[in-house]
Ligand binder design. Structure first.
Ligand SMILES: *Cc1c(COP(=O)(O)O)cnc(C)c1O
Length: 495
């Protein structure tokens, strides 16, 4: 038998947190006061029923302001493009338009949404894989096309009208030390792509290079930026005049309110997977860990929920990172010195804490193994991004009857679909009392991919409605998400 590894290195064990394992979620103060006041919240529940998604455009505006402050301080020209795909909310995309930032769209539907929200074509950038029909729609429209591959570039050159040349960025991939990506033009093929651009400069206006890395790692982005600066030098040499370095999205969210409790939960979960203590996972779920007897190794699928570094700090670290090839000057400085604007495409960082999802408890039952299943009126796909496990505790709120005084109980939340896999949580969640039918479960921070990315119309359940919640002069107001039209400037009373 394998010896179970210690949960923590000797000497580093913090004081054991009291109470059951917990994953305390961070809640925005605006959201907390909305839930605490209950009056408008109860009105929303009566008007829209459950499940329901609530969006907080003022939190979104704050997120824009925080990233803007970092960029202003960096001394470089810049453009923030809100990555629309993170959420379908009208209120959020209109708030982005109202703030004068740009938008990154990845489909014809998102393009239509951005134009309807008030973006001008010059503020719109189109990313992602594009077929011929979509390219035909883009040519001559005035939007910037972030080109994914050589076929796309050549097709654009063939379709473009010299009377209305198409602004293009080239998405680069295959950076040293980065995982292979299905997107972008491999670095060694860039000479060829630049040659196409040089040949068709009457139809294609080269704006610059772009990358988007699906990682939280700063070092990878620094290497990518360094490579892009070198490619932009090649472009100047080829007679092109790029003005943009696009560093993509990937700025992270902060879900946890307590990194130590998060680590404590995870170490107890690992121990339980190895057979020690209370079982904490449903069925055979191992969350990406490799379990070999009592030995539990590897990186869990939910590691992003452990992050405690806010997006603005991550952006500042990236912009200030020194480049050896440029005498230690920072990325922001090299960009500024070369009159390059830095573009970024934050999705989840702008959506961070801008949405919550409310479901209602239908009933509670026991499974054959003794697990307590709390059935809710929502499905896993409407609160969880594909393939992940959300590691941030939901809030249990009393429905009609006041909260009882009881001891915390460890449960699994079960979804409304008649599929074995429709468990909203497959890790055990400790709730302050055994939920009763009619009690409410509030899922934190669901606007960033959780509520929209995977949500399906399975079993003919209608899509979860969206409601925008705003605070003006200390009072909350809720309206259908699609009806929110922000006035500028956005509610200055929200700090
Ligand atoms: C999805 C996507 C983004 C947004 O990513 P986040 O991680 O949400 O910031 C930005 N750029 C491109 C090209 C994308 O595909």
């Amino acid at each position: 038998m394998t010896v179970r590894p210690p949960l923590r290195a000797a000497g580093s064990a913090p004081a054991e947190p009291t109470g059951p394992p917990a994953l305390p979620a961070r809640w925005d103060p605006l959201v907390t006061s909305f839930l605490a006041e209950r009056s408008v919240f109860d009105e929303v529940l009566r008007g829209f029923g459950t499940p329901v998604n609530l969006l907080f455009p003022q939190v979104f505006a704050d997120n824009i302001d925080r990233l803007t402050a970092v960029l202003d301080a960096s001394g470089t020209g810049y453009r923030i493009c809100y990555a629309h795909k993170v959420n379908r909310s009208r209120a959020l995309v209109r708030t982005a338009a109202g703030h004068g930032i740009g938008v990154d769209v990845a489909s014809s539907g998102e393009l239509e949404s951005a134009l309807a929200a008030g973006f001008t074509p010059a503020q719109i950038e189109v990313t992602g894989p594009k077929g011929e029909a979509f390219l035909r729609e883009l040519v001559g429209s005035g939007v910037t096309v972030n080109v994914d591959n050589e076929w796309e570039l050549q097709t654009l050159a063939d379709l473009a009208d010299p009377a209305r040349p198409v602004p293009v960025l080239l998405r680069v991939s295959g950076f040293a030390g980065s995982q292979v990506s299905r997107f972008g033009i491999p670095v060694p093929r860039m000479e060829y792509a630049l040659a196409i651009l040089a040949r068709h400069r009457d139809r294609l206006v080269f704006q610059g290079t772009a990358f988007h890395l699906d990682t939280g790692d700063i070092g990878e982005r620094v290497r990518a930026a360094d490579t892009c600066f070198a490619l932009l030098e090649h472009a100047y040499a080829a007679g092109l005049a790029p003005t943009v370095l696009n560093i993509g999205g990937g700025l992270r969210q902060v879900f946890t309110a307590d990194g130590d409790r998060f680590d404590d939960y995870v170490s107890r979960l690992r121990a339980s997977l190895g057979g020690a203590g209370t079982a904490m996972s449903w069925g055979n779920n191992t969350f990406g860990y490799h379990v070999d007897g009592a030995a539990v190794r590897g990186t869990p699928i939910f590691h992003k929920y452990a992050n405690t570094v806010p997006a603005d700090e991550m952006l500042a670290d990236l912009l200030n990172a020194p480049l050896a090839r440029h005498g230690g000057r920072s990325i922001a400085r090299v960009a500024a010195d070369n009159l390059l604007d830095i573009w970024l495409e934050p999705g989840k960082a702008l959506a961070d804490h801008t949405g919550i999802t409310v479901a209602r408890v239908e009933f509670v039952k026991s499974a054959a193994d003794g697990s307590v299943l709390v059935h809710v009126d929502i499905s896993r796909d409407a609160v969880t991004p594909a393939d992940q496990e959300v590691m941030a505790d939901p809030l249990l709120l009393p429905g009609e009857r006041p909260a009882p005084a009881e001891n915390p109980v460890g449960v699994f939340l079960a979804g409304r679909l008649c599929l074995e896999r429709d468990l909203v949580t497959t890790h055990m969640v400790w709730l302050p009392w055994l939920p009763r039918p009619g009690d409410l479960i509030v899922f934190p921070n669901t606007a960033g991919y959780h509520m929209d990315l995977s949500a399906a119309a399975a079993a003919m359940h209608p899509p979860v409605p969206k409601v925008a919640v705003l605070r003006h002069d200390g009072h909350f107001r809720a309206i259908p998400d699609a009806d929110h039209r922000p006035t500028i400037p956005e509610s200055p009373e929200v700090s």
